[in-house]
Write a protein that binds this ligand. Structure first.
Ligand code: FPP
Length: 252
């Protein structure tokens, strides 16, 4: 299990081990061009591809992309349906390439409302890439941070019913082992494109000590240079994890 940033100071380096991204701005990118919003999502898939490749080159080991939040069901039905079709198409098209690139794909979130065909493709793609470990790509789909904490709580109590009688025995490790990405370290760098500065119910537990980077660039325009800029910004951060600067320097 990954080290908790609140229980111990994790080892870090100039390159983030784990990057988590909210890919925002697809709709506005399209509207600016007098195109339907869905054109922005289609273009967004190309930015996903570029980002996966660029992360591989930079030596990033974990990349988590917020593709569809629990709250995105509130969007117009045709947009939701296009997004679902895009997931299906992307999985069908990209899985062979991901396999060759050494990418392990996992989809995290409550997959139960997705149509059976999509669920099946997800399971196939996960199985097909499970031997890879160069880059761990997680797609958060029908994901919400609060959902994750709740489902972890339920999973923990199911596995250890005795804890309900002794809540004082519940600690961070007991709960976090049941979160939806127990294999991944906490994100070092969070990127949100599209100019908004909020976390929008993404990995709320895991972002406790993550460096937060916001850019006005719309997701479809996000490219290798944008990622390198974010990573360079990250490299200049002093990650104190509650310590003083003097302590950080002394620990180097
Ligand atoms: C936010 O932009 C983006 C989404 C809700 C969907 C993200 C999906 C993709 C990038 C394509 C599919 C991804 C994969 C992994 C196959 P927005 O629509 O909220 O933009 P806006 O804020 O400008 O309206």
């Amino acid at each position: 299990m990954a080290t908790s940033s609140t229980l111990a100071v994790p080892q870090t380096s100039g390159v983030p081990r784990h990057i988590a991204i909210i890919m925002d701005g697809n709709g506005r990118w399209a509207t600016r061009r007098h195109l339907p919003r869905t054109a922005g999502h289609i273009k967004g898939v190309q930015a996903v591809r570029r980002t996966v490749e660029a992360c591989g080159r930079l030596g990033v080991r974990y990349l988590t992309l917020f593709a569809f939040s629990s709250e995105n069901w509130r969007r117009p039905a045709d947009e939701v349906s296009l997004l679902m079709r895009l997931f299906v198409k992307s999985l069908e098209r990209e899985v062979v390439k991901l396999e060759k690139q050494g990418v392990r794909l996992r989809v995290v979130g409550d997959l139960s409302p997705f149509e059976p065909r999509l669920q099946e493709l997800i399971h196939q793609a996960e199985a097909r890439t499970e031997h890879n470990d160069q880059l761990n790509l997680s797609i958060a789909a029908n994901y919400g941070g609060r959902w994750d904490v709740l489902q972890a709580m339920r999973g923990m109590l199911r596995a250890n019913p005795g804890l309900a009688e002794h809540p004082e025995h519940i600690d961070e490790d007991a709960l976090s082992a049941h979160l939806s990405m127990p294999w991944a370290p906490e994100p070092d760098l969070f990127i949100r494109t599209g100019g908004e500065q909020r976390v929008s119910n993404f990995l709320i537990w895991q972002l406790a000590y993550t460096e937060l980077y916001f850019t006005d660039t719309y997701w479809p325009d996000f490219d290798r240079a944008c990622l390198e800029e974010a990573v360079a910004w990250y490299g200049g951060r002093e990650r104190r994890f509650g310590r003083t600067s003097a302590q950080v320097l002394a620990a180097r």
